[in-house]
Design a binder for this molecule. Structure first.
Ligand SMILES: Cc1cc2nc3c(=O)[nH]c(=O)nc-3n(C[C@H](O)[C@H](O)[C@H](O)COP(=O)(O)OP(=O)(O)OC[C@H]3O[C@@H](n4cnc5c(N)ncnc54)[C@H](O)[C@@H]3O)c2cc1C
Length: 460
């Protein structure tokens, strides 16, 4: 539904906005409908237009906003770059959205190998700031050019490097959090690891305002290869064998035939169109001999499994190979305007069967389904491509549910890195037993008794 120009300029007057405008600068409070409507979605889902949007510039501003929303009994939705893929930042009710994009303070402590980042710092900015000090920040979600540290930690984001280097939460030394009462806490990773509890809680237990992040020295050498296989099972087998033989690749990415062809249609990179599975692998480290040995182990495993290997001889060739993986999103956007990006994780040994079962589901549905993912972790992204103007949203949701059930049947989980949000909330009853769900509800009730923080997300 479109707004008329008149409605688009409507300003929301409520006790909440009056209170916010009294306590914060006018530039920090968005009240017009035209502005508010820009804060009702994430990368996958539209929600309710918020009652008001606050753009805090400090932790003190966040405290003011939370206390005002609490006094008015209005739900609060934290928001970073809205690149989330599970509906997390899309409000389900009329809410106060707290958008962290102006909290971009970033301080480096190279001696301690730490970055102190406010919630709205873009992921790439941490890596860029660390590089001149000879340091890296490994968490690398494919959205790293736009996603924020707050959003990364709220989702515990992963990326191609997570098999060797771990996910976003593994780099947190401490967190500053504003709770549902508007109180500020400095959380460490000590007993009870409350920082760990907040990581991956999707804005439902507290708002993260600042994080102390661990940095690493970069590996001195990196080697890249691509392998393609006549069968998905062979690809998964090669990965398992390489890891069993002692290789710890820094990146391990898989694309199925439909995904490879979508990318090739888009960019013409010379990818093997006939292959059922394409594998992209980096090995890295400080000792060149070991890096080369690990690459050889991967190559041997690929060849033994019936794969064909192509090495990148130069950095430019390596970058060209990785361009294929980085181009998946725009390539899929050319097939259908929207996609439901599933994010299951299953034991590596189950991957061949899981990929096959999902393909059967996709073939039987009216929607194109493509698969890719961080295969080292068994993290698979089956994407259902659809056109919201003509396709039945219920049918898309039903297929997503069927895919989630495949993962659960094979001992997997609903989310590898994108979170549960609202998209997979109702599948939680399939994934967890009632007693465990009650424990999660108890945790939520303890930290947020009035259910003000991102209500309707995660918990069914
Ligand atoms: C093209 C593309 C590629 C992607 N690739 C990856 C990938 O490789 N790996 C991966 O893990 N994800 C990936 N994602 C998903 C997404 O980018 C990540 O989930 C990211 O961490 C979200 O960050 P954000 O700043 O956009 O958060 P948002 O989408 O704004 O918010 C996400 C969740 O965090 C909450 N939140 C935001 N800020 C705070 C805060 N300060 N305190 C508390 N809660 C907060 C929100 O309420 C919401 O529930 C991809 C997305 C796209 C569009």
């Amino acid at each position: 539904m479109r707004d008329s120009g008149k409605r688009a300029n409507t300003t929301a007057h409520s006790p909440l906005t009056t209170d916010l405008l009294r306590r914060l600068a006018p530039r920090q409070v968005l009240t017009s409908l035209a502005e508010r409507r820009n804060y009702r979605y994430d990368a996958i889902q539209f929600g309710e237009t918020p009652l008001a949007v606050v753009l805090p510039e400090s932790t003190a501003d966040v405290v003011v906003a939370v206390k005002a929303a609490r006094a008015a009994g209005v739900p609060i939705v934290g928001r970073g770059a809205a690149s989330g893929l599970s509906g997390g930042a899309a409000p389900l009710r009329e809410s106060l959205v707290i958008s962290f994009t102006r909290m971009t303070g970033l301080r480096l402590d190279p001696v301690r190998r730490e970055a102190h980042a406010q919630a709205g710092v873009v992921t790439l900015a941490v890596s860029d700031a660390a590089r001149p000090h000879g340091l890296i920040y490994p968490p690398d979600p494919a959205s790293f050019r736009t996603s924020t540290i707050g959003g990364n930690l709220a989702e515990n984001a992963g990326g191609p490097m997570c098999f060797k280097y771990g996910v976003s939460g593994d780099y947190v030394k401490g967190l500053e959090v504003v709770d549902a009462h508007g109180e500020v806490h400095t959380l460490t990773r000590d007993a009870y690891d409350l920082a760990g509890l907040l990581i991956g809680s999707e804005g439902t237990l507290g708002l993260m305002t600042e994080a102390a992040l661990r940095l690493l020295p970069p590996p001195r050498f990196t080697r890249t290869l691509m392998a393609h296989f006549p069968e998905v099972g062979a690809c998964a087998e090669a990965v398992s064998q390489a890891i069993a033989a002692g290789a710890v690749p820094s990146k391990l990415e898989f694309m199925d035939r439909a995904c490879t062809n979508a990318v090739e249609d888009y960019l013409v990179l010379g990818l093997p169109r006939g292959a059922e599975a394409v594998l992209l692998v980096d090995t890295d480290g400080d000792d060149l001999e070991t890096v080369e040995e690990e690459r050889a182990l991967v190559e041997q495993a690929c060849v033994a499994a019936g794969g064909t290997v192509r090495r990148a001889g130069t950095d430019a060739e390596a970058a060209a190979l990785w361009q294929a993986r980085r181009s998946v999103s725009p390539a899929l956007g050319r097939i259908r305007p929207q996609r439901m990006n599933e994010d299951i994780a299953v034991p590596r040994s189950a991957l061949p069967e899981v990929v096959r079962e999902i393909r059967v589901l996709g073939d039987a549905s009216p929607f194109p389904v493509v698969q890719f993912g961080h295969i080292g972790d068994g993290n698979l992204h089956p994407n259902i491509l659809f056109d919201p103007r003509q396709d039945d949203a219920e049918a898309v949701h039903h297929l997503a549910h069927q895919i989630a059930l495949v993962a659960l049947r094979h001992g997997g989980v609903l989310s590898g890195e994108h979170g549960i949000g609202s998209m997979k909330r109702d599948f939680m009853t399939d994934a967890l037993d009632p007693v465990t769900l009650d424990v999660l509800r108890d945790v939520k009730r303890t930290l947020d008794p009035a259910d003000l923080l991102n209500p309707g997300k995660v918990l069914p």
